[in-house]
Design a protein around this ligand. Structure first.
Ligand code: NAD
Length: 498
């Protein structure tokens, strides 16, 4: 019998009222491993109602009390990190060491949220006017929605949930329907850590669940991560409903290799960042911009490394790259390989038709490399989100920069060089939110914030770190005077400071 993955509402599993459900696959075998419940509007209402009921109690819990739960959750998550990594691998397909890295970065965000007491301190100005004190306080927004993508089923929910809870909000999390079990595991651990019922709810499903949260009047804010068209839709719909929205979208990340770079290190980085997690990372390098004259040598070095990559079931310790997440996604990615060939790009390594030992039904696509890619080709313009790396050639630094700045996405980028002056110029001139200097995947540490520019982010708050605390609170400024009979008297003039 196929397992069923239920919602988590009010501190317990909940089947929901909807008859609809979705298949969750083991991407390495292509078999359906479970069915996940798809919420109907009544399920959305039940989750939001549970979060609303829990709000006064959680908001009223002392900072020390809320922080204690986060510390306890951190300990549990750390102790059971391998279990969570296995869950990620079983539904996403990424290799376990990669999944363990995802969980480690998730823990970093929990640790940051444990510092809530420091983050939520307000300002205080004594005697701003004679006998008048002014101070600010940061308060929670209320019930907030978190909607996450398939590619980081543990880390992305934990970009938002810890900070949202630390600030005193209650949460409805809508994880990706492709790999929903990590979110349930996280909710169970939070319950074990002492989080009261209803403070964190997990609602599974598709557009119905997302629209239900976007339209619900009791949901005050939405943190979304996913593809650009949906991010834009979520931003526009949510803000039209008067909600605070941060919506992180897709990417096309360029890695520039200048002629003075160490080409072996650059090739290592391009392969690691292009094919890690089968390219299903929003910070994956998808375009290498080889600045003349290094192109031929760099392509040869990348191709050489690709041929040695071990593709296989993510559960096997020997595998370096796993399958794609679903058959539909596999088909879409393969269609880009075909389109690249038709458009005239040079297919240096073809990953189609790869055979993986004993895993016939899996959603396999081997690492694929194109050279001589130009900006008019769909392998360049579109986010493919698979193990397809494109090399574009540029005559010089200026041409490379122009290419990146003309691209509608602006999530991550990197420059490989030994020239500090060129690197400084690049960090100053490139129109991208996260920049690596000889670092191919510059995901900011938990005490900075994560976010792209242009079509990679809608809204003005980045995720986690200080901007996360800012997003999940609203500030109140109090101007206070304690009555003094000597200051009586009616005065209709606009108050001025004295
Ligand atoms: P997706 O946009 O298909 O789905 C994201 C979420 O939106 C899921 O929870 C899904 O159920 C929901 N959704 C899907 N279609 C919807 C619709 N029509 N209406 C309302 N909701 C809908 O993204 P995905 O395929 O799960 O994830 C991959 C994408 O996420 C890539 O584009 C990747 O770049 C992006 N991503 C971005 C970041 C970032 O920080 N910028 C991080 C991770 C992933």
């Amino acid at each position: 019998m196929t397992d069923r993955i239920n919602h988590w509402i009010d501190g317990k599993p909940c089947e929901g009222v909807s008859e609809r459900s979705g298949d969750v696959f083991d991407p390495a075998t292509g078999q359906v491993r479970a069915k996940v419940a798809f919420a109907a509007q009544d399920d959305v209402d039940a989750a939001v109602a549970a979060a609303s009921r829990a709000l006064p109690g959680w908001r009223g819990t002392s900072l020390a009390g809320r922080t204690r739960v986060l510390f306890a959750f951190r300990e549990l998550l750390s102790a059971r990190r391998h279990e969570l990594a296995k869950i990620v691998t079983s539904e996403h397909g990424k290799v376990e060491s990669d999944a363990a890295g995802e969980v480690a970065r998730a823990i970093e965000n929990v640790e940051y949220a444990c510092g809530a007491a420091q983050m939520l301190k307000g300002g205080f100005s004594e005697n701003a006017s004679t006998g008048v004190d002014v101070y600010s306080i940061s308060q929670p927004l209320g019930v907030v929605g978190v909607i996450s993508p398939f590619n980081f089923p543990a880390m992305v929910p934990l970009w938002f949930v810890p900070n949202a809870l630390a600030c005193g909000n209650t949460v409805v999390l809508k994880p990706s329907e492709k790999d929903p079990s990590a979110a349930v595991f996280i909710a169970e651990l939070f319950a074990e850590a002492g989080l009261p019922d209803g403070v964190l709810n997990v609602l599974h499903g598709d557009k119905v669940a997302v629209d239900g949260l976007l339209e619900h009047r009791d949901v005050k804010a939405i943190s979304f991560v996913g593809s650009t068209p949906i991010a834009k839709y979520v931003y526009e719909t949510g803000t039209r409903q008067g909600k605070r929205v941060q919506a992180l979208g897709g990417a096309k990340n360029h890695m520039v290799v200048l002629p003075d770079a160490d080409l072996d290190l650059a090739a290592d980085a391009a392969v690691s960042a292009g094919f890690g997690s089968a390219g299903e990372r929003c910070m994956a390098v998808s375009v290498v911009v080889a600045v003349d004259p290094v192109g031929d040598e760099l392509v040869a070095k990348i191709a050489d490394r690709i041929k040695r990559l071990r593709v296989g079931d993510g559960m096997r310790p020997t595998s370096e790259m796993g399958p794609l997440v679903t058959a539909a996604h596999h088909e879409r990615v393969e269609s880009y390989v075909e389109a690249g060939v038709e458009a005239g790009a040079r297919l240096v390594v073809d990953g189609r038709g790869i055979e993986v030992d004993g895993e016939d039904g899996g959603f396999w696509l081997g690492p694929t490399l194109f050279d001589q890619v130009t900006p008019d080709m769909s392998v360049y313009t579109d986010e493919i989100f698979g193990p397809v790396l494109a090399v574009a050639r540029a005559e010089g630094y200026d041409a490379a920069l122009e290419l990146i700045n003309a691209n509608p996405y602006g999530n991550g980028t990197a420059i490989f060089t030994n020239d500090g002056r060129a690197a400084r110029r690049f960090q100053n001139e490139v129109e991208v939110g996260m920049v690596g200097v000889n670092v191919p995947i510059p995901v900011p540490v938990g005490y900075y914030s994560f976010g792209g520019w242009k079509d990679s982010l809608f809204g003005d708050s980045h995720a986690y770190g200080p901007e996360g605390f800012h997003f999940f609170t609203r500030t109140k400024v109090v101007t206070s005077r304690w009555p003094d009979p000597s200051q009586g008297g009616v005065n209709l003039g606009f108050p001025r400071n004295s």
